[in-house]
Write a protein that binds this ligand. Structure first.
Ligand SMILES: Nc1ncnc2c1ncn2[C@@H]1O[C@H](COP(=O)(O)OP(=O)(O)OP(=O)(O)O)[C@@H](O)[C@H]1O
Length: 235
């Protein structure tokens, strides 16, 4: 089943065409990586999907409904969760309280703490639960945001460069987390780390100059000459 689709989705900022006429379909249950050179329009496309950026033209459908005009917070209620490159944690609150704020959208009472600890455990931050979020490293703040997304049991989890700032050992744990989550949520991942893309994604979409350049399995994308030329260099 198609969970998300965009048709003719475009965005220009004054004279700059950031995203052009993108038709994008995401099946329920898949892990999709969105890759492309810097400035290709990945963050802008995802911003339009989750309602942070109003499109210049085109439509977004989620779960069989046209959500193009729906504000971001209402898309969250319909089952979208996302994290962005700039962390949005409350720095002075403990890690656990940040996750609890997200959990209370859905749960009450003792169930909140249980869900918070479960989400922190899954991203590997349970032992940091009482630490002020602002004291965590940048990479750990990104993981904390993923926990804030997870605790809402989203149908679609969108992650913008989640492995930025993580050590190699943490990236390995992140790959395992994505594989585990893929049985419960559809995942859209903007990712520059090709080992993460190759090892976690079912399919890959490549954006270049705001347009879809190619789409396919990680292997197909790796072997695609146009992608090699635009993005992967000599591969
Ligand atoms: N708010 C904005 N105002 C003006 N131009 C913008 C704005 N946001 C993005 N752009 C421009 O739109 C283009 C696409 O940017 P976007 O951030 O979507 O690319 P990206 O593929 O996510 O890049 P990166 O990998 O560097 O994050 C770039 O040329 C960028 O400078």
């Amino acid at each position: 089943m198609t969970l998300l689709s965009t048709r003719g989705l475009s965005k220009h900022f004054d004279g700059l065409q950031a995203v052009t006429d993108v038709d994008f379909d995401l099946n329920e249950g898949e892990v999709r990586a969105l890759i492309g050179p810097n400035g290709a329009g990945k963050t802008t496309l995802v911003g339009m999907i989750c309602g942070r950026i109003p499109p210049s033209s085109g439509t977004v459908q989620f779960d069989n409904a046209d959500i193009t005009a729906l504000p971001a917070h209402k898309r969250i209620l319909r089952g979208m969760a996302y994290t962005f490159q700039i962390t949005s944690v409350f720095a002075r609150l403990p890690a656990a309280e940040n996750v609890a704020l997200a959990a209370r959208r859905r749960l009450q009472g003792d169930a909140v703490e249980e869900a918070v600890d479960d989400a922190l455990n899954r991203v590997g931050l349970l032992d940091r639960r009482d630490e002020e979020a602002g004291n965590l490293s940048y990479g750990h703040q990104r993981l904390l945001e993923i926990a804030m997304g997870l605790v809402q049991h989203p149908r679609l989890l969108i992650l913008d460069e989640p492995t930025q700032g993580l050590a190699d050992s943490e990236i390995d744990a992140f790959k395992a987390l994505i594989r585990e989550l893929s049985s419960e949520a559809t995942i859209l991942l903007i990712e520059h780390n090709m080992s993460v893309v190759m090892e976690t994604a079912d399919r890959v979409t490549v954006l270049n100059f705001g347009e879809v350049l190619a789409e396919g399995t990680p292997q197909e994308i790796h072997e695609n000459d146009a992608v090699q030329a635009a993005y992967l260099g000599t591969g």
